[in-house]
Design a protein around this ligand. Structure first.
Ligand SMILES: Cc1cc2nc3c(=O)[nH]c(=O)nc-3n(C[C@H](O)[C@H](O)[C@H](O)COP(=O)(O)OP(=O)(O)OC[C@H]3O[C@@H](n4cnc5c(N)ncnc54)[C@H](O)[C@@H]3O)c2cc1C
Length: 559
């Protein structure tokens, strides 16, 4: 049996570039340690180097890229327009890198991030195959002691987490998974070698954004596909296509204006909310607008819809009906169509998967949909999956079962702050942060793309750049003023956490179980909704962060 499920199954070093690993793994003491070599960790490293600080990035994987290093499953690709997603900090990088598609696939994004690491000579400060297991603040030395899962240790005055919002993958709690004799893969832990689907009987468990990408991609390739769906999602067309030479030129010439636009939209996407209410227009106008959104590429349908679609239940119900009609039109079997239409949540209150002929996959004679709310999976057997009413023998099981999102990667590290306080305990009733970038009792620690910051409601690299630049400005101040300790005050943390809670009140998504509200039935204790995301929009978030910088770090004690 081939299985890439266990945490210990980190693939061997197959990236050619990983041979350029940190030049001296023997050094153990740094100004700053960054955990994670995804988009956030790479950019933070670049900026720390510019400040002349010694830095080490510690990364579980064997190569750079984070999300794009791990998620190698068939069909993995952006929902952000490629050119809106790449780094904006280097004009030379923007000028020389050509995205081939409007929504690039994973291999291209991974190539891009390797190119960035090459171009900025980042490799020598990144230590791969290095999973951080614990980090403890030492008050006497005002520094963090970091321990890897193999016992290696290092320390730094400053600890910057770039562990990723979607990096703590989860497997379903189904009895018998270890007995299965076929191949089994979690989409996040996809093997580096190609998987042969020809003629195979394949099961996919999960129909979130990842499941949708896998299903639509492998459906035409497999012998037989059984999809196990617990919660259907409102999926809308991606409309991806190659970038023509003419478009390439326009994209390059338009970068300054585009990045200026992205600074102004709430989610840093090129799509901006329509200021009208659903109820401001006639039924005909409404339908025409929605037809237009449905025919256009990307997240416009989610982000550029009428202003009340995500906040007013009756507006939301009207649009959900519109998408339901589309599903009924596209899926031939009416029973299957009804099973694919969400009944327990409205459009956009969970992450909207973007699809390419996803619904048409269910019209193929060899694709079968199993509704696990009606017939739950009871166990995995040696030969397949058994539900309450049938046994499905398969050769391959794909777990598209997602992540313990936003706080999961933090929980998997034993962070100990002042007086040994455990971060997991500090956040037990929901995260408590200041600006989503730090927590009281955890001095000298910064959390890029952490809970409560704008980034997970964002075209993430745009918010990563903002987070990193804010952290870099703080590091510059600290360096210039000889500061060795900073910490958010308890009052600032309480105020910010309250502000984040208030902003989320009234949003329809808070009434729905999803990873964005911290629910994951595969993780012990993840059954209570939490407010994890800042909902005030990236421009307001950025303004607040800038105010804190301009005030000389109000809400923090620097010494
Ligand atoms: C399939 C998929 C598609 C996506 N598409 C989009 C999109 O279109 N647009 C968008 O904005 N966002 C998208 N995202 C979200 C994506 O995660 C972010 O865009 C972005 O890649 C996050 O970068 P990061 O550096 O913060 O985290 P990551 O890319 O997750 O990197 C974090 C790194 O930290 C490492 N790490 C974690 N814990 C430890 C530890 N204890 N010790 C050492 N290393 C550790 C991980 O191995 C990982 O390499 C997508 C996510 C997925 C899964």
């Amino acid at each position: 049996m081939t299985s890439v499920l266990a945490d210990t199954a980190t693939p061997p070093l197959t990236e050619a570039r990983a041979s350029k690993r940190a030049s001296s793994d023997r050094a153990t003491s740094f100004d700053a340690i960054v955990i994670g070599a995804g988009i956030a960790g790479l950019y933070q490293l670049y900026r720390l180097r510019e400040l002349g600080l010694s830095a080490r990035v510690l990364e579980t994987g064997s190569g750079v890229g984070g999300t794009w290093y791990w998620n190698r499953y068939p069909g993995a690709r952006f929902d952000s327009e490629s050119y809106t997603y790449g780094y904006s900090f280097s004009e030379e990088l923007l000028r020389t890198w050509n995205w081939s598609e409007h929504f690039a696939a994973q291999p291209e994004t991974l190539r891009y991030l390797n190119h960035v690491a090459d171009r900025f000579d980042l490799w020598r400060d990144i230590q791969f195959d290095s999973r951080v297991a614990a980090a403890a603040f030492d008050e006497a030395t005002r520094s963090w002691d970091v321990t890897l899962d193999d016992g290696r240790r290092c320390s730094a005055r400053f600890l910057i987490t770039a562990v990723g919002p979607l990096s703590a993958y989860t497997l379903p709690r189904i009895p018998g998974a270890d007995r299965f004799r076929g191949e089994a893969f979690h989409t996040y832990r996809w093997p580096h070698e190609p998987v042969d689907f020809a003629g195979k009987r394949v099961a996919v468990i999960g129909t979130g954004a990842t499941g949708v990408q896998v299903i639509q991609t492998i459906a035409p390739l497999v012998g037989h596909l059984t999809v196990f769906q617990r919660t259907p999602n409102w999926c809308t067309p991606l409309h991806n296509r190659p970038i023509t030479a003419e478009e390439q030129q326009k994209i390059k010439a338009g970068y300054p204006a585009m990045f200026e636009l992205l600074r102004q939209t709430p989610g840093c996407y090129i799509h901006n909310t329509d200021p009208r209410s659903v109820f401001d227009v006639t039924v005909e106008e409404r339908e025409a607008f929605w037809e237009k959104l449905y025919s256009e590429p990307g997240f416009g349908i989610w982000m550029a819809n009428f202003r009340d679609v995500l906040t007013d239940a009756s507006a939301n119900a009207l649009f959900s009906d519109f998408v339901a009609r589309k599903i009924r039109e596209r899926v031939k079997d009416p029973v299957v169509a009804e099973t694919l239409i969400p009944k327990c949540h409205g459009f956009g209150t969970r992450r909207v998967p973007q699809e390419t002929r996803y619904y048409e996959a269910y019209n193929l004679p060899h694709v079968r949909l199993v509704d696990t709310r009606r017939t739950p999976i009871e166990q995995i057997t040696e030969t397949g999956i058994r539900t309450s009413d049938a046994a499905y023998d398969v050769d391959i099981i794909i777990y598209a079962t997602g992540f313990d999102a936003i706080t999961g990667a933090f929980d998997r590290i034993d962070f100990r702050g002042v007086q040994g306080t455990h971060l997991k305990d500090h956040w037990a009733d929901g995260p408590k942060t200041y600006l989503g970038l730090m927590s009281t009792g955890f001095p000298n620690m910064l959390t890029i793309v952490g809970p409560h910051n704008a980034s997970t409601r964002c075209n993430i690299p745009r918010c990563i750049e903002q987070n990193v630049e804010w952290v870099t400005a703080l590091m510059r101040t600290v360096r210039d003023r000889g500061i060795t300790r900073f910490e958010a005050t308890a009052e600032a943390e309480a105020d910010w956490s309250h502000h984040v809670e208030e902003l989320a009140a009234g949003m329809l998504y808070t009434q729905v179980d999803s990873w964005a509200t911290g629910i994951n039935s595969n993780v012990e204790g993840r059954n209570v909704r939490r407010i994890l995301q800042y909902q005030g929009g990236a421009p307001a978030y950025r303004a607040r962060c800038d105010e804190v910088t301009a005030s000389g770090y109000a809400g923090m004690i620097l010494s």
